[in-house]
Design a protein around this ligand. Sequence first.
Ligand SMILES: C[S@@+](CC[C@H](N)C(=O)[O-])C[C@H]1O[C@@H](n2cnc3c(N)ncnc32)[C@H](O)[C@@H]1O
Length: 220
Amino acid sequence: MFPGASLIHALQCLAGIDQPHTQTTELERAALAKWARGRSRAAEIGVYEGLTTRVIAEVLADDGELFAIDPFLAGRLGICWSKLIARRHLRASRCGSRVRWVEHLSHEAVHQFDGKLDFLFIDGDHSLQGIQRDWRDWSCRIAQDGIVALHDTRAPPHNPRVGDLGSCRYFASHIRHDPRFELLEQVDSLSVLRRGATGRSAQSDVRTGQERPMNPKAGA
Ligand SMILES: C[S@@+](CC[C@H](N)C(=O)[O-])C[C@H]1O[C@@H](n2cnc3c(N)ncnc32)[C@H](O)[C@@H]1O
């Protein structure tokens, strides 16, 4: 991108004449929409400019809610353009009222919620340490039959470098062998799992797994 291209992109998005950027493919977004459809309590870790946030929010149940988690760190001018773009993109949709903005890192946000989720999209910190922490913190928050989708967890032919990411390596070594979950499908670099009813870990989660309404003490 040439110097200033990001600013032009941001201004055009805010004027409604450009679309938010995303690293997801069309097929991945279609899979997110398919598995999020009709769900009622969802979260996305890693919002960026909000394109996938809207894809998910649009298909939730009418009274569904989506916790959109991202620290939205400000840039050199003290402005976080991606936050402005994301908020504008959701305001322009019919589903903006379903989104609860949570301006924190995922490992901070997790302590501010009660209850469970029936859909989670993990697309935040792709380092080994980041995905390990997200899986430890958030996998136990998925309700029985709930769905978790993880981006950059398989190297697709069009982007083999995804295979070097911690998210991809940890998925192959740990997540896909987690006995609490079954792998439903993989689309490009996206993996989709469902939480089953059985397994030692699932039973121990019952101690913390009361299904109470989400209580976001964070948010803007
Ligand atoms: C790949 S982008 C997300 C893109 C978005 N899901 C989409 O496809 O439109 C990654 C985002 O994750 C955020 N992020 C990085 N680490 C995070 C963490 N630990 N918790 C929450 N968000 C994080 C970054 O600020 C960035 O906006």
